[in-house]
Ligand binder design. Structure first.
Ligand code: ADP
Length: 225
């Protein structure tokens, strides 16, 4: 589904952050991206999410080359992706329902269809009862679950998460990672960046490790925790 071919990224100020990245993610595959802080995990996710472009190499989305796409063509691919961030970036002046509905409203979804979609997404993260709550009144774990509901409300085929448990304690982190495993089981391709090796090694999934701009892989197949 996603293929990176000899991808490199150089920033004027930071030099070459990624070098010769070759990587493939198949439809429905679950993968963790690890590496120390500053290894280039966020940069790699930004390239896949078409937020930034590589300095060298190519990225393919379902066999279509998406490197250096024109701005007009990017939304078509973005619609197939969901993004989750460490700080979840919820709007505090809107309730949970409206936060989750936002991507549907932005893409001009039929208003009649929105409540059903939003509630289906909230149900998946076990927050149906909180749709009227203000984000600020929720716990850190609940806020992150709202962020995940917002990322999956449009049923993306690819879910990208950047340090989604960075602000959570170990118990809540496992809960959030289990949610990602569940999306993987129903055919969504999931790529989660995290520096928390201890947590990730417990999940027994494919791990792509970034170090000095290069990747090392290890494959573990069982998804029991
Ligand atoms: P990680 O997510 O693994 O912590 P990042 O991808 O955020 O790593 O950053 C990798 C390196 O790239 C860091 O040295 C960072 O300072 C640099 N970097 C990231 N984004 C930019 C940017 N927009 N401009 C310049 N340097 C950047």
């Amino acid at each position: 589904m996603i293929r990176l071919q000899n991808v490199a990224k150089r920033y004027a100020k930071s030099g070459e952050v990624l070098a010769h990245i070759d990587m493939q993610l198949d439809q429905g595959e679950m993968c963790f991206l690890t590496g120390p802080s500053g290894a280039g995990k966020s940069t790699l996710l930004k390239l896949i999410a078409l937020i930034d472009s590589p300095t060298r190499g190519n990225i393919y989305f379902n066999q279509r080359k998406v490197t250096n796409l024109s701005r007009k063509k990017i939304p078509h691919f973005r619609k197939q992706m969901g993004l989750v961030f460490q700080d979840h970036r919820l709007l505090n002046d809107r309730n949970v329902f409206e936060n989750v509905a936002l991507p549907l409203r932005i893409t001009g979804h039929s208003p009649r269809d929105i409540p059903r979609r939003v509630r289906a997404a909230l149900d998946k993260v076990n927050l149906l009862k909180k749709e009227k709550a203000e984000p600020i009144s929720l716990s850190g774990g609940e806020q992150q679950r709202v962020g995940i509901a917002r990322a999956i409300v449009h049923k993306p085929r690819l879910l990208l998460a950047d340090e989604p448990t960075g602000n959570l304690d170990p118990e809540l982190s496992i809960e959030i990672m289990n949610l990602f495993l569940e999306f993987g089981r129903v055919g969504v391709t999931v790529l989660v960046a995290s520096h928390d090796m201890q947590l990730i090694s417990r999940l027994q999934q494919r791990i792509v490790h970034l170090q000095n701009g290069h990747i090392q892989e290890s494959n573990l197949v069982s998804d029991e925790i």
